[in-house]
Design a protein around this ligand. Structure first.
Ligand code: FES
Length: 145
């Protein structure tokens, strides 16, 4: 992937400062020490001036996402992590941290309402040399439904 593909770093670049032949240089930013993010926990980190949600899922998979809820901008770092998703503290929409999809209420809304629910922006992330790195090219972007 270099920086594209799985947001959970399953296809890693050779080095945090490597480049991608199709998309140009890849800008990996060092965030927090890897051992400070335990399984089943969330942390907020600042990456290139933007706050990012970091998560280590129950199975150890890393995820990085916008810390801002796509619904009404609540701080997702104040939410709960369970079953590979973050539960927004304000209205309890549940964003899958592997896909960004809003599982709930998407799973219960009628299809015509669910199509208007924006997913959570995810970022490529990896663990290397004891640190968690986030690819910064899409920081601050907000996907549409
Ligand atoms: S602000 Fe997050 S679900 Fe409403």
């Amino acid at each position: 992937m270099a920086s594209h593909g799985s947001p959970c770093g399953t296809s890693r670049p050779k080095h945090p400062h490597s480049s991608n032949a199709q998309a140009g240089p890849v800008h990996w930013q060092r965030t927090i020490r890897a051992e400070t993010l335990r399984r089943g926990t969330l942390r907020k980190a600042r990456v290139s001036g933007t706050e990012v949600l970091l998560a280590r899922l129950e199975d150890g998979t890393l995820a990085a996402a916008s810390v801002v809820c796509p619904h009404e901008d609540a701080d997702l770092s104040q939410g709960m992590l369970y079953m590979g998703a973050v539960d927004c503290p304000r209205h309890h929409y549940l964003y899958d941290l592997r896909t960004g999809v809003n599982r709930y209420p998407r799973e219960v809304f009628p299809a015509d309402l669910a199509k208007d629910l924006a997913p959570l922006q995810l970022y490529p992330v990896m663990e290397r040399d004891g640190w968690i790195w986030v690819e910064s090219a899409r920081l601050g972007q907000r996907p549409t439904a």
